[in-house]
Design a protein around this ligand. Structure first.
Ligand code: ARG
Length: 471
């Protein structure tokens, strides 16, 4: 034994937590390599919450005394205060948040602190901590998704009859209303919220009681701990409870989709804000200028959000890879679950917060949208539909309109610029009422069914979304 035996009431190094088994100290590099305290101290509050629930159960089942539980409660209250005041001294020697807090507890309350770990292991402890923490973060993300849908629906309601070109292949396709376009994103974020809610059900299960891997020989009451901590269920297999991180992978997958949707929206914001398009202005507070080109106002926030999708996808890949070759049960690989998960949560939270504010501050240039919709033969399909309603098979109508468009392209004019006589030269069934269907307003108003772009439908959809997402 090259190390001194541990003091009766405390351990100063993690090696003293497993004490006599080891005969040589760790190098500083290995210490740093194996430690997680630099990042897992962020779990401190949930770690304490989990420990208190465990201690309460130990006392209720008679495994420790009521006096020990009170001492643990008192010690933990002080530790929480010290952490909040920034006075807690986190030690790399103590590897992680669990050992750091336990050691401080033993310093403060002595033997009662040493009894806390009865019937428990850091393996079920850390799995519990992550689940508790992630549950709270999911609830925050759910609220932000709700706010984002609400902001989109607000703007959509205001622009239920503002017309812009709808695109396929980034070519002008058919006119749509801006409100309709915005509500497409609100739908995506609504599904993202559904996914998070579903994932939350599997996050919200209690690993504690699994101990290291096999359960414990103490007469514990897992249901009691689950109730105290607000878990819906207990994990039903101890090996699975300590080793799987599929709940975190599911969260990261849901987060990756959130960022996909954010990135698509960002792409459009960037395009819409380009002076060549000029459909919207973002508020100055989300943009930056250039250090060399005085005229510039760059949409930094959407561009960064588009870029940040990449790191979130990366964390999902890392977690999947982390898990794929681990034999049962706990392996130290799992310590690598945290940084990626934390960064995913932070990225999603910050992004959603900023977007709620940014969407609320969008200025819409309805004239530019309308001008763009008037170019590119956006109502060609309406003319074809018009002929179909007069008995032409759709394929033939398509052919007739294609010829008319061809003539317009050569002349550099729009379909609506052709006179009724000219239009009749393409097909005799074209009548005096044709210009109604060639207008943008006529085109969107005609698509008056659930899920369609007609202003009436968009107003109703926006209203429903507003009600579903009101605080
Ligand atoms: N810091 C560890 C982690 O994040 C806690 C569990 C350690 N368990 C162990 N047997 N080494 O996973």
């Amino acid at each position: 034994m090259s190390q001194s035996p541990s003091q009766p009431n405390q351990f100063d190094k993690k090696s003293e937590a497993w004490s006599a088994r080891f005969s040589e100290p760790m190098s500083d590099l290995v210490k740093r390599y194996t430690a997680s305290i630099d990042f897992d101290k962020r779990l401190a509050a949930v770690d304490i919450q989990g420990s208190l629930a465990h201690a309460e159960m130990l006392a209720a089942t008679g495994i420790i005394s009521a006096a020990d539980y009170q001492a643990i409660e008192r010690g933990m209250a002080q530790i929480l205060q010290e952490i909040e005041a920034g006075q807690m001294e986190w030690s790399l020697d103590l590897e992680d948040v669990h050992l750091n807090i336990e050691k401080r507890l033993v310093e403060l309350v002595g033997d009662a602190g040493k009894r806390l770990h009865t019937g428990r292991s850091r393996n079920d402890q850390v799995a519990t901590d992550i689940r508790l923490w992630l549950r709270g973060e999911i609830d925050i993300a759910l609220d932000l998704l709700r706010q984002l849908q609400h902001a989109l629906a607000n703007l959509a309601k205001e622009h239920a009859s503002t017309i812009l070109p709808g695109f396929t292949h980034l070519q002008v396709a058919q006119p749509v209303t801006f409100g309709h376009h915005l509500l497409a994103y609100a739908e995506m974020f609504a599904r993202d919220a559904e996914r998070l809610q579903d994932c939350r059900r599997r996050v919200n299960r209690l690993p504690l009681g699994a101990a290291a891997l096999a359960g414990t020989s103490f007469p514990i009451d897992r249901e009691r701990v689950a109730r105290t901590l607000g878990f819906d269920e207990v994990c039903r297999n101890s090996l699975d409870a300590v080793s799987d991180r599929d709940f975190a992978i599911e969260y990261c997958a849901a987060a990756a989709l959130i960022m996909t949707h954010i990135s698509r929206l960002s792409e459009e914001l960037v395009i819409w804000m380009s002076p060549r398009v000029g459909f919207i202005e973002l508020a100055d507070r989300f943009c930056t200028g250039s250090s060399i080109m005085p005229q510039k106002k760059n949409p930094d926030v959407p561009e960064l959000a588009r870029g940040k999708a990449g790191r979130v996808y990366g964390h999902l890949m890392a977690l999947l890879t982390l898990m794929k070759a681990q034999p049962l049960a706990y392996n130290k690989d799992n310590q690598e679950d945290k940084e990626g998960l934390f960064d995913t949560v932070d990225t999603v939270r910050d992004t959603l917060r900023i977007f709620v504010d940014m969407i609320g501050g969008i200025e819409v240039r309805a004239d530019a949208m309308r001008d763009a919709a008037l170019q590119g033969y956006a109502t060609a399909t309406d003319l074809a539909d018009y002929l179909v309603k007069r008995g032409l098979p759709f394929r033939d109508a398509h052919e007739v309109v294609a010829k008319a468009v061809r003539v317009c392209v050569d002349r550099g004019c729009d379909l609506a610029d052709l006179s009724v006589n000219e239009l009749q030269s393409f097909h005799p069934d074209i009548g005096n009422d044709v210009h109604q269907v060639l207008t943008l307003e006529g085109s969107v108003a005609a698509r008056n069914h659930v899920g369609g772009t007609a202003p009436e439908q968009v107003r109703a959809a926006a209203q429903a979304m507003l009600e579903a997402t009101s605080a």
